[in-house]
Design a protein around this ligand. Structure first.
Ligand code: CTP
Length: 406
C-alpha cells in the first residue's frame, strides 16, 4: 500500500476528488488530501477527512505543521502526487516554480511522480499561456491526464471538464505499476489517422485510415509508463487519457509536428496513413464545368524517411517504426521499406484482407526487422499494439545495451 498525496485545488470539479480519493483507497492506497484555500470554498476539509481518515492538510502556517517541516517530510514519504482538479492557476504556479502554499511547496519538494488532471473553462484551457505551461510541465516530467470534452459547469460546451474519476484512478494505477517496463519514462511519439489534402475550401483528398491502430499503440504505450505524444490526423476517436495530443490535418502539418519533436524521442511510431501526394488548394470553391477536371498533384515529404535519416542514436535518433499497407508481395515490399526508410521495424499490413487494416477493429500484421520476421495473428488492435510494443521495447533495450543482446 502506498501513500498518495491528493492535491485538490479550487475548481468546480473539486467535489469529484472525493470519488477519486475513494477510488485510490479501493486500489489499496492510503490517501492524504492537501487542499488549497480556494478548494476549501468548494468542498470542506471535513469531507476528505471522513473519507481518508487522515487529517487534511490545508496550510503551511498552522502551528505544529512545521515541527518536522511537513511539506518536506510528506514530500519524501509519498509514492505519488496527484492534483485533481488542477486549475489554470495551479498549472501556472507549478510550471514557474512558485511555492506560495503547501501544495506548491510539496510539488517542488517531492521527487515522486506527479500527475495533474487539469479542469477549467474551454477558452482558459486553449489559452496560449495555459498551453505553454502544460508544455513546460511535461518537459519537467509531469504527467497530464487530459480533460474531457462536453458540457462544462460554466455553461460552455468544449474541452476542459475534469477527466472521469475512474480514468484518473486507472492512470495512477499505470504510473504506479510495481515493475517498471522497458518503456517506463520513455518518450514515445505515435502518428495516427489519415491526412487531408485540401482541394479547395470545401473538398479534400483523404484516405480510409480510422486512426484506431495508432490510438491503440498510444494507449498501450501510456499503460507501459511511457510519456506519449500522439500526432493525429482527423479522426472521430477520443484520445487515450495521458497522451499529449497534437492534432494536424495535412501531410505538411504532420511533417512539421513530427520533425519538431522527433530528435527528443526514444521511439517514433509512424502509424498514420500519410498522403503521398498533395496539391495547391484553390482559394475559392471550384465550380464544375463541362470538361474533366485535372488536378496537378505533387509529392509530399516522406516523414518516416526523414526521421530515419536523423543522426545515429548516439546523437539522438529514436527507434523508428513504420507501417506498410500492402496488397501484394507483402514481405518483400516491407523489407525494402525497412532499408529504404532507415526504420528499425516495419509493421506490414495485408490490406487486401477484409478483417485486417482499415476501418475494422482487428488487425493481423507481420513484424519485419533486419534480422527477424514475426507473424502476429488476427486479433484486436489493442492486442496487436501490445505485440508491437514488446518488439519496440526489445529494440530500445538492444540499442542501449548492444553487447548484452548479441
Ligand atoms: N509515411 C510517411 N510520410 C509520408 C508517407 C508515408 O512518414 N509522406 C509513412 C507512413 O506513416 C508509414 C509508411 O511511411 O509508416 C508507409 O510507407 P509508404 O512508402 O508511404 O507506403 P505506401 O504508400 O503504403 O507504399 P508505396 O511505397 O508502395 O507507395
Amino acid at each position: 500500500m502506498s501513500l498518495i498525496a491528493l492535491g485538490v485545488t479550487g475548481g468546480i470539479g473539486a467535489y469529484k476528488a472525493v470519488e477519486i480519493a475513494r477510488g485510490l483507497q479501493k486500489e489499496g492506497h492510503d490517501v492524504v488530501a492537501v487542499m488549497t484555500r480556494s478548494a476549501r470554498r468548494f468542498v470542506t476539509p471535513l469531507t476528505f477527512e471522513a473519507i481518508t481518515r487522515r487529517e487534511v492538510i490545508t496550510g503551511q502556517w498552522k502551528p505544529g505543521t512545521n515541527a518536522d517541516i511537513e511539506h518536506i517530510s510528506l514530500a519524501s514519504g509519498i509514492a505519488l502526487l496527484l492534483v485533481a482538479p488542477a486549475t489554470a492557476n495551479t498549472l501556472g504556479r507549478f510550471a514557474h516554480g512558485i511555492a506560495d502554499d503547501f501544495l506548491s511547496s510539496l510539488y517542488l519538494a517531492t521527487t515522486a511522480p506527479v500527475v495533474l488532471a487539469p479542469a477549467m473553462n474551454t477558452n482558459m484551457f486553449a489559452h496560449p499561456a495555459v498551453v505553454e505551461n502544460l508544455r513546460v510541465l511535461r518537459s519537467h516530467g509531469v504527467r497530464i491526464v487530459e480533460p474531457g470534452s462536453g458540457y462544462l459547469a460554466c455553461g460552455w460546451i468544449g474541452k476542459g471538464r475534469l477527466a472521469e474519476p475512474e480514468d484518473i484512478v486507472a492512470y495512477v494505477r499505470h504510473v504506479l505499476r510495481p515493475s517498471p517496463t522497458p518503456l517506463t519514462g520513455r518518450r514515445v511519439l505515435v502518428t495516427a489517422g489519415p491526412t487531408y489534402e485540401n482541394i479547395d475550401p470545401v473538398r479534400y483528398i483523404g484516405n480510409r485510415a480510422s486512426g484506431r491502430m495508432g490510438f491503440a499503440l498510444a494507449a498501450e504505450a501510456v499503460a507501459r509508463g511511457a510519456m506519449v505524444t500522439l500526432v493525429s490526423g482527423p479522426t472521430a476517436l477520443e484520445p487515450p487519457h495521458g497522451v499529449e495530443l497534437v492534432q494536424v490535418r495535412s501531410a505538411a502539418e504532420m511533417h512539421e509536428a513530427v520533425m519538431a519533436r522527433a530528435a527528443a524521442q526514444d521511439v517514433v511510431i509512424m502509424a498514420a496513413a500519410v498522403a503521398d501526394y498533395t496539391l495547391d488548394a484553390a482559394p475559392q470553391k471550384i465550380a464544375k464545368s463541362d470538361g474533366s477536371l485535372v488536378l496537378a498533384l505533387s509529392r509530399t515529404r516522406d516523414i518516416l524517411a526523414e526521421v530515419g535519416a536523423l543522426p545515429s542514436r548516439a546523437e539522438g535518433r529514436p527507434v523508428l517504426v513504420g507501417f506498410a499497407a500492402e496488397t501484394h508481395e507483402v514481405l518483400d515490399r516491407a523489407r525494402s521499406k525497412l532499408t529504404r526508410k532507415g526504420a528499425d521495424l516495419i509493421v506490414a499490413n495485408d490490406v487486401s484482407r477484409r478483417d485486417a487494416g482499415f476501418e475494422v477493429e482487428t488487425n493481423a500484421v507481420t513484424l519485419v526487422t533486419s534480422s527477424e520476421v514475426e507473424e502476429v495473428c488476427l486479433q484486436s488492435k489493442t492486442g496487436v499494439a501490445a505485440r508491437i510494443l514488446d518488439r519496440v521495447a526489445a529494440l530500445v533495450e538492444r540499442r542501449e545495451h548492444p553487447t548484452a543482446a548479441s
